[in-house]
Ligand binder design. Structure first.
Ligand SMILES: [Zn+2]
Length: 109
């Protein structure tokens, strides 16, 4: 398990990424080890440790992140009928880089 999978692997393109949306500051891609039948993650390209590490100057970035989250969630809802948006914190957060999960369906394991 990586301390920061996103900076170390995904954002440095060391692993193949199935990209969904990319903007100047945000990347969204299908999770490399999905936990739900539909499982997309949205991350800022700049390192931010978690939702709790956001600072007042990050407001514009947060809007950009949530615009991407919204676009993807709208697609999943249109295709599947529902979606969940989730971010983990503290002991629940495996990779210490802010990321939002957009998922649909029952857990795969
Ligand atoms: Zn990072």
């Amino acid at each position: 398990m990586f301390e920061d999978f996103y900076c170390e692997e995904a954002l440095s393109w060391r692993v193949p990424i199935d990209k969904v949306i990319e903007t100047d500051n945000v990347l969204a891609f299908h999770h490399t080890r999905p936990f739900w039948p539909v499982h997309i993650v949205v991350v800022p390209k700049r390192h931010i440790a978690s939702l709790l590490a956001l600072e007042p100057g990050d407001d514009q970035l947060l809007i950009e992140i949530f615009d991407v989250v919204k676009q993807i969630a709208a697609r999943v809802v249109a295709e599947r009928g529902g979606a969940r948006i989730l971010t983990n914190l503290g002991d629940y957060q495996d990779s210490k880089h802010l990321h939002f999960h957009i998922n649909f369906g029952d857990p795969l394991r």
